[in-house]
Design a protein around this ligand. Structure first.
Ligand code: DP6
Length: 348
């Protein structure tokens, strides 16, 4: 959400019903590891690009008199961990608003079925914006980012258009002070026309959740601390590359940061390995593209899918090369997208 958007104004009024839209973001400097799990305070700063594809739309409607929250995903009742996380999040919003009503939450996700892309960033960004408006929290964009963080860390960045940096904050002082210190904000980028080409390699559910994998990596990997230290230098270099509009440098830094993060997991005990032979096939194809003069660079998250950053005019060529890698399922071209926002006309 850009500073100009009247988010504070909209969410300051009690509306009882509100609908918000948010898109996923892909980290170019990764968030991996929490220094405070309860408050979702990350160990390191991270930086991402919000995408213009796969929006999540979430409607929150207060249900006075209802005994519990009711949550649906694409029309189906939510269950298990997903339901627990959303109910816990609504509880936090209730505590902050001083209101006790339970809510009905309906979420529509447009990530193609089986795309295997995480939707917690767009999901909690949309939920934070809709719930803040419905319960009348009166938050500005920074407040919404801090709130979204409490649902899923990476959601703090999907509040903003385009490139955003998420500050790790500090754990000193009171929990309130610590909570206030960690939020995302926009990062200026000069003359960049990037595309992010998403190669879907597998849609199988993860064997190890990213939450558990982060914990294990921080607790046991001898490579974790060195990566955290080098990630700080990567962030400084990344900001400079964005500031001068140097897309190849942005790609190079993003690729080294992501490979470093995966190295920390491979050194965890027991190891966490998200990359599959097909992911490595995509990485080979990215190297080949570079040999052919295309400035394409890869990044990977807690799964085998690979996202390739390149200049927008090269996106089709990159997509074609990735489609040729077996067994890549589908390929999607994204650009920088808008941050989370209320859907006009849906609030009363
Ligand atoms: C590898 O935000 O999904 O995508 O805060 O535990 O919900 P929780 O984790 P989540 O982790 C994302 C990790 C990552 C890197 C990134 O997006 O920065």
């Amino acid at each position: 959400m850009s500073a100009e958007q009247p988010s504070a104004l909209l969410s300051a009024q009690r509306t009882d019903i509100a609908t918000a839209v948010a898109q996923p973001n892909i980290a170019l400097i990764k968030y991996w590891g929490k220094k405070d799990e309860r408050l979702f305070l990350p160990r390191t700063d991270s930086l991402s690009m919000t995408l213009d594809i796969f929006p999540t739309t979430t409607r929150v409607r207060l249900a006075p008199g209802a005994g519990q929250d009711r949550v649906t995903f694409n029309g189906e009742p939510a269950t298990g961990d997903a339901e627990r996380r959303i109910t816990a999040f609504l509880q936090l919003v209730r505590e902050r608003s001083g209101r006790g009503e339970r809510a009905r939450v309906d979420t529509e996700n447009t990530v193609p079925t089986g795309a295997g892309l995480a939707s917690s960033a767009s999901g909690f960004a949309a939920l934070a914006v809709a719930a803040a408006a419905a319960y009348g929290l009166g938050l500005d964009a920074r407040g919404l980012s801090r709130l979204a963080r409490r649902g899923s860390g990476s959601a703090s960045r999907s509040i903003f258009d385009g490139f955003a940096v998420w500050h790790a904050g500090h754990t000193g002082g009171t929990p309130e002070e610590a909570d206030l210190s960690s939020y995302a904000e926009p990062v200026p980028a000069v003359d960049l026309d990037p595309a992010l080409v998403v190669a879907v390699v597998s849609s199988a559910p993860k064997e190890v959740s990213s939450r558990e994998a982060m914990r294990r990596t921080m607790d046991t990997s001898p490579l974790y601390e060195p990566w955290a230290v080098s990630s700080r230098a990567d962030l400084t270099d990344m900001r400079a590359a964005l500031g001068r509009g140097d897309l190849p440098a942005v790609g190079e830094i993003a690729e080294r940061n992501a490979l470093g993060m995966h190295a920390t997991m491979l050194a965890a005990r027991p190891a966490v390995r998200y990359l599959s032979p097909a992911s490595l096939g995509v990485l080979d194809s990215v190297l080949q593209l570079r040999r052919e003069g295309v400035p394409a660079y890869a990044t990977m998250d807690a799964g085998p899918n690979v996202k390739v950053l390149c200049p927008r005019p090269d996106a089709e060529r990159v997509a074609e090369a990735l489609r040729a890698v077996a067994p890549v399922g589908s390929v999607h071209i994204a650009g920088p997208g808008r941050g989370a926002r209320l859907v006009a006309g849906e609030c009363r």
